[in-house]
Write a protein that binds this ligand. Structure first.
Ligand code: C2E
Ligand code: CA
Ligand code: CA
Length: 646
């Protein structure tokens, strides 16, 4: 028989393509973490190149019969068959791992591995049997290479792997990533086409073309996607978390989520330097990523790390949580430095119910995180927390509707001026009833309005109401109204201009509007706060420090800012005059503030004894239920005309 004339053109081209992919891959991926997936892809690339090189060598040796000893020719040919079939299995393994990437069921991957292992063993066996039977290939008497009767059987292996992969893909379709869906759309027709072409034109070698095209598709669709990794730690980032959870929910896979949030990390940076801070974050990320083989770590924001695990049982979840918590309490030792991290944690069982979405999951996580941050503790998202979240959302909706429907009202609490024995001022306080007419406490809705961006509307609603009342002339004795400002407003650069707008529109003298600010706002925004103070003072608006004595205050910040009035909180007032220590504190504070040329308003005065004591202490003004509760505008007008001497 005549020797076969092979065409290697496509193999050269494929080798070149693989070399380009490999070089680019190394250059591109060098700085990112070498994960299992990346290692496996590298194995596939190297194996594909090895198979093509072996193919080229074998074709050379068999095109010139007798140029090398027969045993060497058999060795090269057998190795080529073996290498090619193993390369197919490696690619198939890679495809299975991508298909099952977001499927927690470990049995799927083990079954896939067993099937691939079986096919690989079978291919080794068939190559071995060929040595004695010539079923795949043989050398005739003239040492010319000839195809055996089952030569085409080798295509059955990659085709079988392809069919298995396709079945696996169909079964887990809802948990398969978009990139893999893209691959699965192109891969089967291309493989089929190349296999058919190879069978029709057996002398035009296409094996390399197959592996290089597959590698190219993979490279384009997956491996250039470095955007899903966090630059600093190399673990998955927030986008990846969202994609992953979306797929898990779609696939109804229950997940155990542990969120670790670092608190006051700026202190670590300040104390040990940024490099050390970064190294600690890196260590923490690595620790979480490597803690459990089936766990996955994500950096969802600068200071938030999430570990996801397949949900097995409550006991297991408790154990996992405890392991992470205990580690977090240990110091992080790096070189000769070590530090302990301040943190809080959220523990959640994502049941992947029909109604779940990634959005709702993130919302629940963030809600639990707020609670965890408040208590510096580990918070488990449970039914009770779920109810709270639901109530909160409901309340935000009520507020949104109430703003549109003008259902908010502004009440005023009169403030008594001690020196002149008259009521001269009032504090504007927001009021809201739910749709059943039940009042909702501002202590409940104000923080929510602050968190949901509604506070701006509410503040200007109060300001407008106050300006209207002052300019109406209905309460001539009402010299000023104080309104409460939230942090967001206080930091808003447009704040002075907004005040000016209302003052001008209602022709109210700026000295008649007082702004109350809680001192805790000032702690973290010192420079900006000073600017805002200066801007408001320039308009002529005076500032009150609200809630002095609630635990945030320290004297130095009172002195740092040009407050005209200090409002002493009810918590300091309520024990007077029975408690001697409270009395001593109040009288000392009064003389201190007076000596600093600041005036004092005592808040929450409920009894006559308290009121008299405050006057003796030197209070400039008194606000409290003893004199009057907050009341609607009409009642206030009556109150002022009745209480103040004509
Ligand atoms: P705040 O600024 O400290 O307002 C004083 C609160 O103390 C008011 O509660 C008032 O009703 C209550 N109060 C006054 N005198 C007494 C007393 O003798 N005894 C007792 N037990 N309480 C007294 P309210 O109206 O429930 O407001 C609670 C908080 O909600 C306010 O505390 C303020 O922080 C916030 N808030 C109310 N309205 C607004 C607003 O328009 N804007 C902003 N940003 N916050 C507001
Ligand atoms: Ca206030
Ligand atoms: Ca207050």
């Amino acid at each position: 028989m005549l020797p076969i004339r092979w065409s290697l053109l496509s193999e050269y081209f494929s080798l070149l393509l693989l070399i380009i992919i490999c070089t680019h891959y190394f250059g591109y991926e060098w700085n990112t973490a070498f994960t299992g997936r990346r290692k496996l892809f590298l194995c596939c690339l190297v194996s594909a190149m090895g198979s093509i090189i072996l193919n080229i060598i074998t074709v050379f040796t068999i095109s010139i019969p007798g140029c090398i000893p027969l045993w060497l020719a058999v060795f090269f040919n057998s190795s080529y068959f073996l290498f090619t079939l193993i390369t197919c299995s490696l690619f198939a393994w890679f495809f299975f791992s991508l298909t099952l990437e977001h499927v927690y069921d470990k049995h799927c991957m083990s079954r896939a591995k067993a099937a691939l292992g079986g096919i690989s063993v079978l291919s080794v066996l068939i190559v071995f049997i060929n040595l004695f039977t010539g079923l795949l290939f043989y050398f005739d008497d003239a040492q010319v290479y000839q195809r055996g009767p089952l030569n085409r059987l080798v295509y059955a292996f990659p085709l079988a792997e392809m069919v298995l992969l396709f079945l696996c893909y169909r079964k887990n379709r809802s948990s398969v990533s978009d990139s893999m869906v893209f691959v699965m759309r192109f891969l089967p027709p291309i493989i089929l086409l190349l296999c058919v072409a190879q069978i029709l034109f057996p002398d035009f070698l296409l094996n390399g073309a197959l592996s290089s095209i597959v590698s190219l598709i993979l490279y384009i669709s997956f491996l250039t996607h470095s955007n899903d990794r966090d630059n600093l730690t190399g673990i998955r980032n927030r986008d990846n978390f969202m994609t992953e959870m979306g797929l898990r929910i779609a696939g109804h896979q229950q997940t155990h989520i542990i969120l670790v949030s670092l608190m006051s990390f700026a202190d670590v940076n300040l104390r040990y330097g940024h490099d050390f801070g970064n190294a600690v974050l890196y260590e923490l990320a690595r620790y979480l990523d490597r803690l459990y083989p089936d766990g996955r770590a994500f950096r969802t924001s600068n200071m938030n790390f999430v570990l996801t695990l397949p949900w097995v049982s409550q006991e297991q979840a408790d154990m996992q949580l405890e392991t992470v918590r205990k580690r977090m309490e240990q110091p992080w030792v790096l070189g000769d430095k070590s530090c302990c991290l301040s943190f809080c944690m959220v523990d959640m069982h994502c049941e992947a119910a029909e109604s779940d979405t990634v959005g709702s999951l993130v919302e629940r996580l963030e809600f639990a995180l707020v609670q965890a941050k408040e208590t510096h503790s580990v918070v488990r998202y449970n039914q009770e927390l779920g109810r709270k979240l639901w109530q909160q959302k409901d309340l935000i909706e009520i507020m949104q509707r109430s703003i549109k429907e003008h259902r908010f009202s502004v009440w005023y609490q009169p403030i008594y001026c001690c020196h002149r024995d008259i009521f001269c001022s009032a504090e504007a306080l927001l009021r809201l009833n739910d749709y059943n007419g039940v009042p909702i406490s501002p202590e409940v809705f104000i923080p929510l309005a602050e968190g949901s961006g509604l506070i701006d509307d509410l503040t200007w609603l109060v300001m407008e109401d106050a300006c209207k009342l002052l300019s109406s002339g209905q309460v001539p004795e009402l010299e000023s109204i104080s309104i409460n400002l939230s942090l967001q407003q206080f930091l808003d650069p447009n704040l002075p201009a907004c005040f000016q707008k209302y003052l001008t529109a209602y022709q109210v003298d700026p000295s008649r509007i007082k702004v109350e600010i809680t001192e805790r706002f000032l702690l973290h925004n010192a420079a900006h706060a000073q600017q805002q103070f200066a801007a408001l003072s320039a308009i002529g608006i005076e500032l009150y420090m609200d809630d002095f004595g609630t635990g945030y205050s320290n004297l130095s910040s009172v002195l740092d800012y040009p407050f005209n009035f200090i409002k002493v909180d009810r918590s300091l007032v309520q024990h007077a005059p029975e408690d001697q220590r409270a009395n001593l504190m109040l009288s000392t504070l009064a003389s201190l503030f007076h000596s600093l040329d600041k005036r004092l308003i005592m808040e929450g005065v409920e009894t006559q004894a308290q009121a008299e004591y405050m006057k003796r202490c030197g209070a400039d003004m008194i606000q409290g239920f003893y004199y009057a509760r907050p009341m609607p505008e009409k009642q206030l007008i009556r109150f002022f005309s009745e209480q103040n001497p004509k």
